[in-house]
Write a protein that binds this ligand. Structure first.
Ligand code: HEC
Ligand code: HEC
Ligand code: HEC
Ligand code: HEC
Length: 211
């Protein structure tokens, strides 16, 4: 080895021994130290997502080990309170000569052997939903109905893997509930074509249709 190389190595050693442990504020010895130190700052911080969803009313729910907020629903349902009309049994309300009250609702969910209005609504207690075994469920907790049949999506949703957060990742956690995205009467989400950002002209199967 030549002398020039030795001097270079010595110089490097000098630099690393004398300078490596001197840190300015915000500098860390290693990535690991940085993560540890900065996560402590965040634990102590008052960073909050609340500002991003305080324009909507939320309720707090606890499912298993997860506690989080979901949007309140009752104030969003046009025809609530149901008992404004549902004061008597359905057969009394039903009349052959008037237009159906809920003409705008058609079930396009499971087939009619599995599901009808009474699967979720109780004619004797219209202001609440009801489970398959007849247990009362508040309209604000309608996810409990869905969970009966869609347990894997429900498990994912509890942990945050299915659905979407409202606001940011900072606490408190607020997530959309099933009916914010799926219409319970027709829950399937239509496939959509991806947006195209290039200007290339290709044969568009939707040519001539409104976008
Ligand atoms: C403006 C009056 C009115 C309100 C408000 C109303 N309903 Fe009804 N609903 C009716 C009438 C009338 C019928 C029965 C005759 C018909 O289908 O037109 C009916 C029927 C129903 C049926 C049975 C439908 C069938 O085909 O068997 C369900 C389920 C129902 N309503 C649920 C609800 C729920 C849930 C709410 C509240 C979110 C609600 N209704 C609010 C008037 C109303
Ligand atoms: C899979 C469960 C389910 C079935 C089946 C079901 N509903 Fe509903 N329905 C719901 C839930 C959940 C809501 C509340 C949705 C929300 O929070 O926006 C609702 C809301 C309603 C409302 C109030 C919303 C509005 O648009 O006015 C009416 C009325 C209603 N249902 C009538 C019916 C009728 C009539 C049937 C049968 C044809 C039926 N539902 C079948 C779950 C169901
Ligand atoms: C009584 C059982 C039952 C309940 C309660 C129920 N579902 Fe379903 N749901 C089904 C069945 C059965 C199907 C049809 C499955 C299929 O086509 O693969 C279905 C289909 C769906 C689909 C479409 C799946 C697809 O691949 O397109 C969605 C989304 C959905 N349900 C969401 C909901 C939501 C949200 C609720 C609560 C408001 C709910 N379901 C309540 C039984 C139920
Ligand atoms: C933020 C919106 C959002 C929320 C909240 C949400 N979903 Fe979905 N869900 C979707 C989308 C988007 C798809 C995918 C549709 C597709 O791939 O065609 C989907 C798909 C599904 C399917 C079809 C099968 C599958 O996994 O692709 C079911 C069943 C379902 N959701 C049930 C639920 C239930 C039950 C809840 C509440 C516990 C819920 N979803 C909450 C948006 C949502």
């Amino acid at each position: 080895m030549n002398r020039k190389n030795d001097i270079y190595i010595l110089a490097c050693l000098f630099v690393s021994v004398f300078f490596s442990c001197k840190h300015g504020e915000g500098e860390y010895h290693s990535l690991h130290d940085k993560i540890q130190a900065e996560s402590k700052i965040h634990q102590d911080s008052t960073l909050s997502s609340e500002a991003f969803f305080n324009h909507i009313k939320t309720i707090e729910i606890t499912e298993g080990e997860h506690t989080f907020l979901i949007p309140e629903r009752k104030s969003q349902i046009k025809s609530f309170a149901c008992i404004e009309c549902h004061t008597e049994p359905l057969d009394k309300l039903k009349s052959k000569d008037i237009k159906k009250a809920h003409w705008d609702i058609t079930l396009s969910h499971a087939n009619s052997n599995t599901m009808n209005c009474a699967t979720c609504h109780n004619a004797n207690d219209m202001n609440n939903l009801n489970t398959l075994t007849g247990i009362q469920v508040d309209f604000n907790s309608s996810y409990k109905l869905c969970a009966q049949c869609h347990s894997s999506q429900f498990e994912d949703w509890k942990g945050g893997a299915h659905g979407k957060r409202i606001g940011g990742w900072a606490p408190p956690r607020a997530s959309f509930t099933c009916v914010n995205c799926h219409n319970p009467h027709s829950p399937s989400i239509e496939s959509r074509w991806p947006s195209r950002f290039n200007t290339e002209q290709i044969d568009d199967p939707h040519e001539g249709l409104e976008h």
